[in-house]
Design a protein around this ligand. Structure first.
Ligand code: URA
Length: 239
């Protein structure tokens, strides 16, 4: 793999800053300073050092966060808003969110430094299911639920068939459970708007079978080995 990618994956610096480290002569491979970008290294065999300090490949971490409302799904924000990275700052790795939840959406958010795994999980081709509890205005009728199941036009595109059920009906607001495997921008909100019942509160309760359990909003935990393997199988079966 390319040296700058290895440095970035190892958590030394961002890709851009890693390139600057290389061109300024601070990086050596097997004892020799390398200033050329694009030099290839084998993380298993080569010894890479920055300022004379050895760089190890970063351990892969897989994290489940119960995202509270009010946090941006991003690693950093130029406008200084709070991001989900702030909530996992204590972990020894640069973690990236798998997909995206809106600022006001709560619930299951996976984060990892395993880029390939993250790509597969978030890509609609692999069909990993996400389950949402959408609290909406009013009480959608049976025909509305059927429309959501079949697919609705959310502005130029019709959503794929989804699993939908009434979770809690009320006259002023109701909660519907929606299971989708696509990940279009603001999809659930647009689906509910399309049936005339705008979302008041949105929570993702499950991602590929991973549920919140008793994690409180703002808390995170590492996924277990069994959970990681189960997610891995889900992204392989449907290729
Ligand atoms: N659908 C939405 O509308 N918002 C989210 O955050 C996730 C899915």
């Amino acid at each position: 793999m390319r040296l700058q990618r290895f440095l970035a994956l190892s958590g030394v610096a961002s890709r851009r800053a890693s390139e600057a480290l290389i061109t300024s002569g601070r990086v050596s491979v097997n004892g020799r300073i390398v200033t050329r970008l694009g030099t290839n290294v084998d993380p298993q065999r080569d010894t890479v050092e920055v300022d004379g300090k050895s760089v190890q490949e970063e351990r892969k971490l897989y994290v489940l966060l119960n995202k509270p409302a009010g946090y941006l799904t991003a690693v950093a924000d130029a406008r200084g808003r709070s991001t989900v990275s702030d909530l996992v700052a204590g972990l020894p790795a640069r973690l990236y969110p798998v997909g995206r939840l809106d600022m006001d959406t709560e619930g299951v958010l996976l984060l990892t430094n395993d880029g390939d795994f993250s790509f597969r999980l978030a890509h609609p081709r692999f069909g990993v299911e996400k389950v949402y509890h959408a609290t909406v205005a009013g009480k959608p009728g049976a025909a509305d639920i059927e429309a959501l199941k079949r697919g609705v036009d959310i502005g130029g595109v019709v959503t794929s068939p989804a699993k939908v059920r009434m979770f809690k009906a009320g006259s002023r607001h109701s909660t519907i459970e929606i299971t989708i495997h696509e990940g279009r921008k603001r999809q659930v909100k647009r689906m509910c708007k399309a049936i005339g019942h705008p979302v008041i509160r949105l929570r993702r309760i499950e991602y590929g079978g991973i549920r919140l359990g008793n994690l409180k909003p703002g808390q995170h935990r590492l996924l277990t080995h069994a959970e990681i393997e189960s997610l891995r199988r889900k992204t392989e079966l449907n290729v």
